[in-house]
Design a protein around this ligand. Structure first.
Ligand SMILES: [Ca+2]
Ligand SMILES: [Ca+2]
Length: 221
């Protein structure tokens, strides 16, 4: 079947040594030796740095769009439209420092048709801002090293029959091997098909002190 692909990636922003630093809400920036998360002007006595928390991340130059990805009104990245054979990615071009925490809360729209595919993934990777994959690869197949939270809406060989979330590493989507770090888990109730024409909230959170990554997904409306 010729399937459409949806996938996403947002790498948190880290900027050092600039007079003005813009970060996404939830990220942090190193300013004069301290990791700051609040907007404001920070000083070391002779030098000032302004930190801006950007509530509209699509207007920053740090996001790189590939394939069929487009910016849509309402601060939205559309990775693919509801047509066959599409793929798209959005990467942030500044790498995050995992010695520091991040907490991203994004909204996800997974379509209106259970016959659509293949899903979306939140991916951390240091390789490139121009890579991706199509179809059942959900955009991150073959990217190594990488860390991906997939929202898989189409059953492939190792997938359960229902839509699911799983955490996979190194661009391997097989849920039966050692690259499957968590899941797959279905969407309640009763392993629901998630293409419900609704926006959903997804949270990705990293705690370097406890070395714990947390992902949450819920209905917004
Ligand atoms: Ca589905
Ligand atoms: Ca799949």
């Amino acid at each position: 079947m010729n399937k459409i692909l949806l996938f996403i990636f947002l790498i948190p922003i880290l900027s050092i040594g600039q007079n003005t630093i813009t970060i996404c809400d939830g990220d942090s920036a190193l300013i004069f030796g301290n990791w700051e998360t609040s907007a404001g002007v920070y000083t070391n006595g002779g030098q000032n740095t302004t930190l801006i928390i950007n509530p509209l991340p699509i207007i920053t130059p740090n996001f790189i769009l590939n394939g069929n990805a487009q910016i849509q009104p309402g601060n939205v990245f559309q990775l693919t439209s509801a047509n066959n054979g599409q793929s798209g990615s959005v990467w942030n071009n500044i790498q995050i420092n995992l010695n520091n925490p991040f907490h991203f809360n994004i909204d996800v729209f997974l379509g209106c048709n259970n016959g659509g595919a293949d899903g979306i993934a939140f991916v951390l990777q240091p390789v490139s801002t121009s890579i991706g994959s199509q179809g059942g690869g959900i955009g991150y197949a073959g990217i190594s090293p990488s860390f991906a939270v997939e929202f898989d809406t189409w059953q492939n060989s190792s997938d359960p029959s229902y839509d699911h979330i799983a955490i996979q590493k190194n661009g391997v989507l097989n849920h039966n091997g050692g690259n499957n770090l968590a899941g797959p888990v279905g969407f309640p109730p009763s392993n629901y098909q998630i293409e419900d024409c609704q926006w959903h909230s997804a949270v990705f959170k990293w705690n370097p002190s406890s070395q714990t990554f947390t992902s949450r997904f819920r209905w917004l409306f």
